[in-house]
Design a protein around this ligand. Structure first.
Ligand SMILES: Nc1ncnc2c1ncn2[C@@H]1O[C@H](COP(=O)(O)OP(=O)(O)OP(=O)(O)O)[C@@H](O)[C@H]1O
Ligand SMILES: [Mg+2]
Length: 363
């Protein structure tokens, strides 16, 4: 790319610009004061800056870059040497920071350096992708483990219950029947628990529907049981109808919303937010359109000691919790080809569900 740019500099300007303008890599030309003489559209997109504002302005005045990067740019210019710097964090505004690898290349013209060609390759996109695939991998492993374990428990449990029933019939002393009743009741309780664990494997009954019908159902159900919790709606009406299993999605959202309500202990705020997101990657697949459903609460946050494992079955931070709600939710979302994630700190917990639209049948 660098060689090509140097080579093309000698060519008519239109071709030189045409190539740079069509590059997916962000590239710009800086003069000795690091003023921007040219930036390609990929740069405009990466740095979220308009060409008019950028041209003629020193790079360091447009974004908040570390001193080391600015020094390296100057050094590259003054020493006429190529420089590269990895994992540079650049602040684009108050809320956005990007991480890039940066290559600095002095362009020579009749033995003098004319400009500095700087290329930026964003790498935090890759980091996010890696994190996501790790999450999906982790979720798949936990599901396989769960299914295997459930079957292993269910079979002997049936035998145990049957034997207790036979024993009960043989017992003449009614007092002793108390004990067989305990065995039968506890076996039933365990069976229900295991059935809950296995329920996500029920085949999906897909149909076309508006995601907001499902979110509204959940809102009404949670509201009835939690009169003092304010449930706010923040819906994106542009989301097209999706093809998915509405009953199973209700279960997902209900599990998450109930967790929020429980964390709020009867008082606080829950926000139900929906968004359409374009060009979103789930498990290495880039989707044109993804529906994001978020359940946000201002409760105390997920306890620090279980933060990394809340999607695993039987992990609970509540005395009366079974620790299955999130693992069931995650399994259903995975069946839909989606992803579930959590960001939590005291006062602000967000559970996000991403459902790909193409996967659901709509484009
Ligand atoms: N919104 C939230 N705020 C704070 N902690 C949460 C939130 N959601 C989940 N958690 C934590 O994650 C744990 C696991 O949640 P999960 O729904 O899997 O199980 P549970 O709620 O304990 O039991 P159940 O099987 O009845 O749902 C919870 O016990 C709680 O400690
Ligand atoms: Mg729960």
């Amino acid at each position: 790319m660098v060689l090509m740019a140097i080579f093309l500099k000698k060519k008519p300007e239109s071709l030189y610009e045409k190539v740079l303008n069509n590059l997916a890599t962000a590239a710009m030309l800086l003069d000795k004061d690091l003023k921007i003489g040219y930036l390609n559209p990929a740069s405009e997109m990466l740095f979220e800056m308009g060409r008019r504002k950028a041209l003629g302005t020193p790079f360091q005045n447009l974004v908040s870059a570390p001193d080391s990067l600015i020094n390296n740019m100057r050094l590259s210019f003054n020493t006429e040497r190529q420089f590269s710097q990895h994992e540079v964090s650049i602040e684009l505004g108050k809320k956005k920071t990007i991480t890039v690898d940066c290559m600095m290349n002095p362009l020579m013209e009749s033995n003098n350096i004319s400009e500095l060609l700087v290329e930026f390759v964003q790498i935090d996109g890759h980091l996010k992708l890696a994190q996501e695939s790790r999450l999906v991998e982790q979720q798949n492993t936990s599901n396989t483990l769960l299914r295997g374990l459930s079957h292993e428990i269910k079979n002997p449990l049936g035998g145990l219950r049957g034997a207790a029933q036979l024993l009960e019939k043989q017992l003449l002393n009614n007092d002793l029947k108390e004990y067989t009743k305990v065995i039968i009741d506890e076996a039933d309780r365990l069976k229900n628990l295991v059935n809950r664990m296995l329920s996500p494997s029920i085949p999906l009954k897909k149909k076309l529907f508006n995601i907001h019908e499902v979110v509204e159902r959940v809102r009404a159900l949670v509201k009835v049981q939690n009169k003092h919790i304010n449930i706010h709606r923040d819906y994106d009406p542009s989301i097209p109808e999706i093809v998915a299993d509405p009953e199973q999605l209700i279960q997902v959202l209900l599990n998450l919303a109930c967790n929020s309500a429980e964390a709020l202990d009867g008082q606080g705020d829950i926000v139900l937010r929906t968004r359409a997101m374009r060009q979103f990657t789930i498990s290495k697949t880039r989707h044109k359109l993804v529906v994001a459903i978020e359940i946000i609460d201002n409760g105390p946050g997920v306890p620090e000691d279980i933060k990394d494992k809340i999607f695993f079955p039987m992990i609970t931070g509540r005395v009366e919790g079974t620790g299955l709600g999130l693992s069931i939710a995650q399994s259903i979302v995975n069946h839909h080809g989606g992803l579930i994630d959590c960001i939590s700190e005291p006062g602000h917990t967000v559970f996000q569900i991403f459902l790909p639209l193409e996967e659901c049948g709509a484009e």
